[in-house]
Design a protein around this ligand. Structure first.
Ligand code: ZN
Ligand code: ZN
Length: 412
């Protein structure tokens, strides 16, 4: 590590994640999902959370190389066996309102070459086991945040032109610090200002209450219906007690949910996507009445096929997010092969579960009621990037009138 002031910046980063990322308050229980190669960051984070009053911090260690061995060699039946204790653990997490910090550092191609059928089976089983907890998180019943940490495997993918592994790792940390505003004099204040800026955009969109959005770009001509009383969110979120947290760091997006049955036309991806340890690129989807009825991909098509077949909601959209093409992440000109970064450099959509908070009062509704109101339900939520400097978006009001929202990839 030769990045200057790395130790000091890592401490600032940890403080930011604890204080306003997960927004820990005295008495909160916090769980951290982390890879074992992020032990240093994770240990600092545990200390910081306790210093800020956490009642307990739980760490769930993961290791991609162990997962890879499991996917390659575990007995077929064991792959889909989820112990009862795991299901119970997630139930306890709901009862005790356990906040969640996910530290994302995986090699985007960690499971390249593994039989995707086996990965899909395992993911479907484990997603089903944690489905209630995921739904509670997505309804902001507890605080949660997704943050990044640099690993050698990931850094090599983003900076293949740099000659040493150390340089690659430094370059990725540098981007993480830059995009999470750690180099600012007061990162907390910088985030509060950023939040205000995004809130201005969400206010305009919430007031407009468009009936639909019309996307046009090379390879894209798509109309996305929006549910009645849909709610645009940006940067900060609020739990049921009114406590504030920031679900993604970095974040540049404002988002809401589409009407699960009113998406028609076609859309092309503009950045690769890493899902289940495989890189997928060159995707094109055709929608009819909300369902993706046709799709193709230059790379990873079979992964998409299995993903969309996970459950009924998996082939419908659950998120529509707007990000200007000139966001700070996009200006870096890099492809991160990591959704947390790439989705914040580009307009994006997601297959699967919609956030309950995407309609006014949605956090109080049952899964069935949310579905009736047009919010897609699924055990998956996978974002893909569609924005570019060539993208125009119009808002269509219920009287049919059109308002330009995006021109050439940027807010009008
Ligand atoms: Zn998003
Ligand atoms: Zn998303």
């Amino acid at each position: 590590m030769v990045l200057s002031n790395f130790e000091a910046n890592l401490k600032k980063y940890v403080h930011l994640i604890a204080k306003i990322g997960v927004g820990v308050k005295p008495g909160h229980i916090v769980s951290i999902n982390s890879q074992i190669d992020q032990a240093k960051l994770t240990r600092l984070l545990v200390k910081e959370l306790y210093a800020l009053g956490a009642a307990e911090v739980l760490v769930n260690w993961k290791d991609d190389s162990v997962s890879r061995e499991t996917y390659l060699h575990a007995n077929e039946k064991r792959l889909t066996h989820i112990p009862e204790s795991t299901v119970q653990k997630f139930q306890e997490f709901i009862n005790e309102k356990v906040s969640r910090i996910s530290i994302d550092s995986s090699d985007p191609a960690a499971f390249e070459g593994v039989d995707n059928e086996r990965i899909s089976k395992h993911l479907a089983a484990s997603n089903a086991a944690s489905a209630d907890y995921s739904a509670a998180i997505q309804a902001n019943k507890m605080n949660w945040t997704v943050v990044a940490a640099a690993s050698y495997g990931w850094a090599t993918k983003v900076f293949p032109h740099l000659s040493t592994k150390e340089e690659q790792l430094d370059a990725l940390w540098d981007q993480i610090f830059k995009t999470t505003r750690i180099y600012e004099e007061d990162p907390i204040k910088a985030w509060q200002d950023h939040d205000k800026k995004l809130c201005k955009q969400t206010k305009k969109l919430n007031d407009a209450q468009f009936d639909a959005l019309h996307y046009t770009a090379p390879g894209t001509d798509l109309v996305i219906g929006l549910p009645k009383n849909h709610y645009w969110e940006g940067a900060s979120s609020m739990n049921s007690k009114g406590e504030v947290f920031i679900a993604n760091m970095p974040t540049e997006e404002v988002f809401t949910a589409p009407d699960t049955n009113r998406v028609d036309g076609y859309v092309s991806s503009t950045k690769p996507l890493s899902y289940a340890g495989v890189v997928i690129s060159g995707m094109k989807f055709t929608f009819k009445n909300g369902k993706a009825i046709e799709f193709s991909a230059k790379q990873g098509e079979e992964v998409i096929q299995k993903l969309l077949a996970t459950d009924e909601g998996a082939s419908h959209l659950g998120e529509v997010a707007l990000v200007p093409d000139l966001s700070p992440i996009s200006r870096s000109g890099l492809t991160f092969f990591n959704t947390l970064f790439d989705e914040n450099a580009s307009n994006h959509l997601a297959f699967g579960q919609a956030y309950a908070t995407s309609i006014v009062g949605g956090e109080k509704l049952s899964q069935d009621e949310l579905k009736k109101r047009g919010l897609n339900r699924s055990t998956i939520h996978v974002d893909f990037m569609v924005g570019s400097e060539n993208m125009d978006i119009d808002g269509i009001s219920s009287d049919g009138s059109r308002t330009p929202i995006f021109r050439n990839g940027d807010w009008t």
